[in-house]
Design a binder for this molecule. Sequence first.
Ligand code: DLL
Length: 446
Amino acid sequence: MNRPALIREPDTTALFDPKAETMPRRDIAELQLARLKATLQRAYDNVPHMRRRFAETGVTPDHLKTLADIRHFPFTGKADLRDNYPFGLFAVPREDVVRVHASSGTTGKPIVVGYTAGDIALWADLIARSLTGAGVTRHDIVHIAYGYGLFTGGLGAHYGAEALGCMVVPVSGGMTERQVTLMRDFGANVLCCTPSYALNIAEVTESSGIARNELKLRVGVFGAEPWSEAMRHELQTRLGLQAIDIYGLSEILGPGVACECTEQAGLHGWEDHFLFEIVDPRTLEPLPRGETGELVITTLTKEALPMIRYRTRDITRLVDEPCACGRTHVRIMRVTGRDDDMMIIRGINVYPSQVEAVLVGLPGIAPHYQLVLTRQQALDQMTVEVEIAPELPRDEATLTRVSREVQHRIKSTIGISCGVVAKLPGEVPRSQGKAVRVKDQRHTPG
Ligand code: DLL
C-alpha cells in the first residue's frame, strides 16, 4: 500500500467496519457514483417535488455521469421540507416508515424526517462506527443525556450504542443532580450529550462534592451545537475524559453523519453513505477541496428521505488526506458556526463560537456566557454576559474590573468592540441541551 509515512496501518480491531472505513479513495468514489445515481433516480421517481425541482433546473438523473456533475442538480433547503410538511418528501409508502423525528424550529412548522427499518439500521451502524472511532467498546457503559423524543440525539445515540453492544443508560436531558448520581453509581464510562450540557454536568458534579475519580468517565461524545477547542479543554480537564466531536443533522440522518476519532483531528464524514461538498454560501458555486464554505450533503443510501444537495448552513472545510488512524474518509473540520448565526458587529463577521474561544479558560470568569444583540442607529451591537469565577469577591469593584478585562480581551483577539456585563455566579442560564448562546433583541420594539 502506498500510504504516507505518518499514517499507521489501521488497527482493524479498533474499527467497526474496517473494510468500509479504510477504502482507497478510488473505491470510495466508484461506490459513491453508483449510489448517487440510484439516489437521484429514486428521488426523481418517487418524490413529485424533486421531479419538479429537477425539471425547473433542466436536469434528469441521466445528466449525472461523474461525481462532479452533482453541481448541476438543484439544492434542497429547510424551506423544501417546510413546504412539503409533514411527509411530502418521503420516497417510500407511508407504511414503510417506521420512525419520524422532528426539529422544533423556532418559527413556523417543524421539519419532519422519516426512517425506514433499513434507515434505522444504517443509522445505528454509523453511530456504532462513530463510537468505535471515539474509543468506545462493547465493554463500556454509555450514559445518554441527549434529549429523547422528537430530537434525534437521544434515540440516535441509543440505537448505535446498543448495536455496538454497550450497556446503555437512557437518561435523556434534565435533572442534572440525578444524572451525576447515576453516572457515579453505575460507573458510566461514556457520556453522550451536548458540550454545553456536559459543562452543566461538570459543575453539578463539583458542587455536589463528588470527586472526579468517583466518576469512571473516559470518553465524552459531544455535539449538536458549535463548540470551541477552549471548551474541549475545559470539559476534558473537569470531567477527566477525552472529548470527541460528533456532527449530524436531522434532515440528513441525525447524529453520526461525521465523528472524530481519538486523534481529534477532524470529523470522519462517512462517505460510503453521504456525498459532501463545500459551496460558496453567496454564489452557491462549489469550492475546491480545503476551502472554507457551506457544507452541502447528499444522502447516498437513505430510503425514506433521500436528500439531494441539502444546504446545511454549517460553515467548515474538508480535508482529504487520510487520518493517522488509517481511516480514509474525508475529514470535516470543526463546524465553527452556521451561516445564519453569523453576526456582523461594526463590519466584522463573528460567530458565537469565536467569542466562546476567547472566554472559556480566561482567568476570573466561569465558562458560561450569552451574547445579547441589539440595534442602535442601524448598527448591530453585542453585549457579552459572563459570570465571574466562583472564588472571586462578589462586589461591584470586581464585577467592573472583570468586565473591563473581558472587553479588552475580546477587542484584542477578535477585534470587535462590545459591551461586557459581568454577573454573579449562577446568573447566566445553564444549558439543558442545545445552549441558547444568542439573545437577539434587534427586532424587539423599544
Ligand atoms: O443536532 C443532531 C445531533 C445530535 C448531532 C446529537 C450531534 C449529536 P439538529 O437538531 O437537526 O440535529 O441540528 C443540526 O446542529 O446543522 C449544526 O448547525 C449543529 N450541529 C450538530 N452537530 C454539531 C457539531 C442534531 N458537532 C445542526 N458542531 C447542524 C457544530 C453542530 N454544530
